[in-house]
Design a protein around this ligand. Structure first.
Ligand SMILES: Nc1nc2c(c(=O)[nH]1)N[C@H]1C(S)=C(S)[C@@H](COP(=O)(O)OP(=O)(O)OC[C@H]3O[C@@H](n4cnc5c(=O)[nH]c(N)nc54)[C@H](O)[C@@H]3O)O[C@H]1N2
Ligand SMILES: Nc1nc2c(c(=O)[nH]1)N[C@H]1C(S)=C(S)[C@@H](COP(=O)(O)OP(=O)(O)OC[C@H]3O[C@@H](n4cnc5c(=O)[nH]c(N)nc54)[C@H](O)[C@@H]3O)O[C@H]1N2
Ligand code: SF4
Ligand SMILES: [Mo]
Length: 700
């Protein structure tokens, strides 16, 4: 902590990392006020990825940290589930009740009837993943984490063989930055920092591919507006043009790819006319996009998650990732592709996660299918016992999980015991039997690694927690002792776990990281650009993926894997619009919320105003809908009531409902995920949040 002279009321500056589920993992500087709370939060200027820029919601983090509605004490339910009727109890009593109920479930149907359920409310490796140590030590049901990354990761790794790519800072050296399926202005602002730097410093162009004219598309020189779930067709037509017009780099293709001639032949019929009929994008735009890519070898493909959240999402991600392999953009500084850096860090998390006591025969339940699991679907339970007890940290499934009606029914089960460890009384916490108050990132020690960059960043404890809040680590340790779970990790502090992990991973020590604040783990140019070959035995990029065997940490395949396209294509496995459901809807992220987080802060609520669906004016006219009208959206899964906003920046037949509002913000309490499906995406699961057929009508 820096004790230099500060403005009045500020006693020090602390260094940290943003803990939220965002690829940017910004390096932060945080004012610590005389009263021991946090004040202003700024992006660290000295970190060359963060470059002093953070999003507005985290800049005003004090509003969330010092919020009057923060949970401060353990609570026990006294009313009906969901009634928000709780009484304050002491920590010992709360932990005893939780342990007693977990042991009761274990005695009744075995350890696998307990399901630790968590996600990435904090991305800190100790506080997020420590719950796995408890799960492994107790042989509780495993967690097949699918809700976010699986389709996109599978699609990217299908070609390259791993989740890593060009240094994102190289964007500044590009002549063309293609921002595809990520609304970076909303979801990872730093991408815009580096892309606009390239534009300012070297006249680079920015192209974007999305389903509506969001903030990122508006900043693009060439916005390519597609219908949801059609990116495979766009990518094919672009590659068709590249082969046709002599922009394919045959030396590169021959040396670095598996089946270039087959690809070229296969694409002969996939021309811009063919793609235009599928994507809704004019032929001229597709041609212009292809030409821009062909003319600029230094094209940087920044591939986001958004277009993975469709039933054909993995195939579409793979198709887009094939383009730089056709042009040979990978050979050039500022050229190639990047999705995430999941595979560069190689951190040994054995002690944090208890990987040494992981019994791989224990079932892994699919996170996205929590509704089916809690309501006893035998397939979803993988033939095993029912889930009778849930221990939830860092996630809000009653709001964020697909097929919401089923999720709510599951949580309402009178025979289900639920403990939720939370910072706020979320809609999931409101369904719990015991609610435990959690610390925020400035109140506990942790370590973070960037998905959208290459830094490991330390986030030390900077202030004391309010009330009786306890960290995830402390709660896991306290439960372990009551549950008879043993593991060396339970006897260690977060700082010891961090130090041990860094040392065994050959990433230095805690003391070093504390002095340096962050650690640059960028692999060398040759590796990042796969100049020494892609991550396969023959070193060749795969135009023809072996879908079931894509290297990805998944316990099993799911969805219609055998129907996946052999070569890049439009895979028509999406929920097609039909007579009854003439519209296709995405639930793209709102700017002022981060998943369900920040929905509690008045500034974010004020910025987002109310749940809204964007609809093309001509579609609206056809349905007799005027701007601001109350409307109902529906499909076989349920109905949602919100307001319409007329918007020209999307294709006819497409609706966009920016998310994720609390369910309570909608009339009837049915949130947007009432309409999303929980059927698994091939090849490794996931939820098709942006792939929904719906009808819309004026509320009567
Ligand atoms: N403000 C804000 N920031 C966030 C989040 C948030 O909810 N709000 N969520 C965080 C999390 S958990 C994650 S994983 C990341 C995700 O961040 P992103 O990678 O940006 O992914 P998505 O948020 O799913 O969607 C991004 C864009 O994809 C578009 N899209 C949807 N379907 C298609 C399609 O078929 N084709 C194309 N080309 N585009 C499509 C959407 O309209 C949206 O504009 O963001 C993180 N940051
Ligand atoms: N319709 C629709 N639904 C979606 C999406 C979409 O695009 N559209 N996106 C999906 C995606 S990509 C994701 S990743 C999921 C994410 O969904 P969630 O996992 O629910 O996401 P968050 O809002 O990031 O975090 C959840 C909770 O973690 C809590 N939390 C934060 N830090 C801590 C901590 O240190 N300890 C404890 N105990 N709790 C903490 C926060 O208070 C918050 O309530 O949502 C998915 N749902
Ligand atoms: S951009 Fe993402 S990582 Fe950076 S401060 Fe905002 S939420 Fe956090
Ligand atoms: Mo996510």
């Amino acid at each position: 902590m820096n004790q230099a002279v500060r403005p009045p009321g500020v006693k020090a500056t602390g260094y940290s990392a943003c803990p939220h589920d965002c690829p940017s993992t910004c390096a932060l500087e945080i004012d610590i006020l005389d009263g021991g709370t946090i004040g202003r939060v700024r992006g660290a200027k000295a970190n060359d990825y963060t470059a002093g820029v953070i999003c507005a919601k985290v800049a005003r983090y004090a509003e969330r940290a010092n919020h009057p509605d923060r949970l401060l004490y353990p609570l026990q339910r006294v009313g009906e589930k969901g009634s928000r009727d709780f009484r304050r109890i002491g920590w010992d009593d709360a932990l005893d009740i939780v342990a007693e109920n977990l042991l009761k479930a274990e005695a009744r149907h075995g350890a696998q009837s307990v399901w630790p359920y968590f996600y990435a409310g904090t991305m800190g490796l100790v506080q997020r993943d420590g719950i796995n140590r408890l799960r492994h030590a107790k042989k509780y049901s495993g967690f097949h984490s699918t809700i976010c990354v699986n389709p996109a990761y599978a699609g990217f790794a299908a070609g390259t063989g791993k989740i890593a790519g060009v240094d994102p800072r190289e964007m500044a050296k590009s002549d063309l930055v293609v921002i595809w399926g990520t609304n970076a202005v909303n979801t990872q602002v730093n991408v815009m920092t580096h892309a606009t730097r390239a534009r300012k410093e070297r006249g680079a162009r920015i192209a974007a591919v999305d389903v509506y004219m969001n903030g990122t598309m508006q900043q693009a020189d060439l916005p390519v507006l597609v219908k949801p779930g059609t990116d495979g067709a766009l990518a094919c037509a672009v590659m068709h043009c590249l082969f046709r017009d002599g922009y394919a780099d045959w030396d590169y293709l021959t040396k670095y790819t598996d089946a270039p001639h087959e690809l070229e032949a296969h694409l002969k019929t996939r021309d811009p006319q063919w793609a235009s009929a599928i994507t809704g994008t004019p032929v001229e735009t597709i041609e212009a996009f292809a030409r821009l890519i062909g003319e600029n070898k230094r094209t940087f493909f920044r591939l986001g998650y958004g277009f993975g959240r469709s039933r054909n999402g993995a195939a579409n991600m793979h198709a887009a990732s094939c383009i730089p392999a056709v042009t040979g953009a990978w050979l050039h500084e500022g050229g190639g592709a990047f999705h995430m850096n999941a595979d560069i860090y190689r951190l040994d998390k054995t002690l944090i996660e208890g990987l040494d006591v992981w019994d791989r025969s224990v079932r892994m339940l699919d996170q996205s299918r929590i509704g089916a699991i809690l309501t006893g679907d035998p397939d979803a339970l993988l033939g095993g016992p029912p889930v009778d007890a849930l221990f939830v940290q860092n996630t809000n499934p009653v709001s964020v999980a697909p097929d919401q009606t089923l999720v709510k029914r599951g949580f309402a089960r009178p025979d289900l015991f639920t403990c939720v460890h939370e910072q706020f009384m979320t809609e999931t916490a409101a369904m719990a039997d015991v609610v435990l108050p959690a610390t925020m990132f400035t109140e506990h020690d942790d370590i973070y690694r960037g998905g959208g960059h290459q830094y490991i960043v330390l986030g030390p404890k900077l202030v004391e927690p309010p009330g009786e809040c306890r960290s995830n680590h402390d709660v896991v340790v306290a439960l372990a002792s009551r549950l008879g779970a043993t593991h060396p990790g339970f006897a260690m502090s977060p700082r010891q776990l961090i130090d041990q992990m860094l040392r065994v991973s050959k990433r230095g020590t805690l003391a070093q990281l504390e002095a340096d604040k962050w650690l640059d783990c960028q692999p060398p140019f040759e590796k990042a650009h796969y100049l020494d070959g892609f991550n396969w035995p023959d070193g060749k990029f795969r135009f023809k993926p072996d879908w079931p065997n894509v290297p990805f940490r998944s316990p099993y395949t799911s969805g219609p894997v055998s129907a996946m396209p052999a070569l890049p294509d439009h895979w028509a496995s999406i929920e097609q619009a039909d007579d009854e459901h003439p519209f296709r809807m995405t639930t793209s992220p709102a700017r002022a919320f981060l998943n369900s987080t920040f929905t509690e802060t008045p500034t974010s609520q004020g910025n987002e105003k109310r749940p809204t669906v964007l609809i093309h004016p001509e579609d609206a006219a056809g349905q007799g809908i005027a701007d601001g009208d109350a409307v109902v959206l529906g499909n076989a899964r349920g109905q949602v009531r919100l307001h319409a906003k007329l918007f020209e920046g999307l294709r006819r037949g497409v609706l966009v409902a920016e998310s994720i509002w609390p369910n309570a913000a909608y009339v009837d309490g049915c949130g947007i995920n009432t309409l999303t499906g929980a059927d698994s995406i091939a090849p490794f699961g996931g939820a098709a949040f942006h792939d929904n057929k719906v009808w819309v009508r004026r509320a009567g």
